[in-house]
Design a protein around this ligand. Structure first.
Ligand code: PLP
Length: 387
């Protein structure tokens, strides 16, 4: 991916920015500031400081010996994003964007959230950095995720329920963008995944690529060679693009993104514009974004980051689906064999690895990105298994 191409915000035919002119001006300024700071040594020193002292990086690349033996075949390593503060990879991006917001003089952070995970990560870091935080959340989602609303409030954020439209994530994004256009002089919109108009996909990838920067160094230390495959779950695509980034130019490494079979954006999507950027998108018969459903709230999104769309059509990465049953099986299997309860999202990556590993040799290596821990999902799994 050439620098020049990156600056225009396109990955092949995907990406770009399809927004009203008022918003485009705000995004152009954001883009300019991001490219100014992303290679700035002081900025990066501060970013690394908070990753170390607050997030708890670097996290381990754990050899899952019992899981590898159980599945047979390739050696399985787990990149432990589940051990980060707040329990997932989302905080990596949040810390990076807040530091940028502070450099840009923002007094207020706004964000959208669906199930609440990005909202909680944002509210967490805003508390620590002492910056006002407003989270837009679909009214329907605030009812389903009442505990996450309370978490955000405990952390000092203001949660605004959005009842326009269907009262879901998309409507929350629209409200947040309206707020940004009205208040851009003092407000920063902190987007939660590798989606949206340019420069968000580039920016989120930049802050999440710490995952593969570490895993590549760690696997070289442990095994003296690169992995044969890296597997990550894909919602909007931020943990996967972070887990893939430093391997994109290593053709021997298979990159595999895993989706729920009920939200198969990359396997069944067609090119279209969604939320201000071009990507593969799931459409219904009338050509509207299809209603998706996933047992893992973080994977329930009808579009996908533009870079994944490009990696799919150029065949640099492979995208596959797994069923809910396979996910629940993998969720329990990791818990029992390794004493690690994974997020349901991450269990998608595990479920596919379980099929791939036995087809590989004992000296081959798979890295699974364990995007988050499963505490948040235990109650839901309880209801699914015990009732
Ligand atoms: C939000 C979330 C995801 C999905 O988001 P991506 O942007 O695709 O990474 C995956 N895993 C966990 C644990 C999450 O919280």
């Amino acid at each position: 991916m050439g620098q020049e191409q990156s600056h225009k915000g396109y990955f092949g035919e995907f990406g770009g920015s399809f927004v009203p002119p008022e918003l485009q001006q705000v995004l152009d300024y954001l883009s300019e500031q991001f490219y100014k700071y992303k290679d700035d040594p002081d900025f990066n020193e501060e970013y690394r400081y908070y990753l170390r002292e607050y997030v708890g990086r670097e996290n381990p690349l754990t050899y899952a010996q019992r899981l590898s033996e159980t599945w047979g075949g390739a050696k399985i390593y787990l990149k432990r994003e589940d051990l980060n503060h707040t329990g997932a990879h989302k905080i990596n991006n949040v810390v990076g964007q807040i530091l940028l917001a502070k450099r840009m003089g923002a007094k207020r952070i706004i964000a959208e959230t669906g199930a609440g995970q990005h909202g909680v990560a944002t509210a967490t870091a805003c508390a620590m950095f002492d910056i006002d935080c407003v989270i837009y959340m679909g009214a329907e989602d605030t009812r389903r995720q009442a505990l996450n609303v309370f978490r955000m409030e405990l952390l000092g954020a203001k949660v605004v329920p959005v009842s326009k439209g269907q009262g879901r994530l998309k409507d929350a994004v629209d409200e947040a963008l309206d707020d940004l256009v009205r208040n851009y002089q003092n407000t920063f919109y902190l987007l939660g995944s590798a989606v949206g108009p340019h420069p968000f996909p580039q920016m989120v990838k930049h802050f999440q690529s710490i995952v593969s920067e570490e895993s590549k160094r760690q696997i070289m230390e442990k095994e003296g060679r690169l992995p044969d495959a890296v597997i990550a779950c894909v919602g909007g695509g931020s943990n996967a693009i972070g887990a893939f980034a430093h391997y994109l130019d290593e053709p021997s490494v298979r990159l595999i993104g895993v989706e729920p079979d009920q939200a198969p954006t990359l396997t069944q999507g067609v090119p279209g514009v969604l939320h201000g950027f071009k990507c593969l998108v799931l459409l219904d018969e009338e050509g509207n974004p299809r209603k998706t459903y996933s047992i893992a709230a973080g994977l329930d999104y009808p579009g996908i980051g533009p870079e994944h769309s490009h990696l799919k059509v150029t065949e640099r990465a492979e995208y596959v689906t797994v069923s809910n049953e396979e996910v629940l099986g993998a969720f329990q299997e990791l818990s029992r064999t390794e004493g690690i309860i994974p997020a349901l999202e991450s269990a998608h990556a595990l479920a596919y690895a379980k099929k791939l590993a036995p087809t590989m040799d004992k000296d081959q290596i798979i890295i699974i990105n364990l995007s988050g821990r499963g505490d948040k999902d235990v109650e839901q799994v309880f209801h699914m298994l015990k009732s």
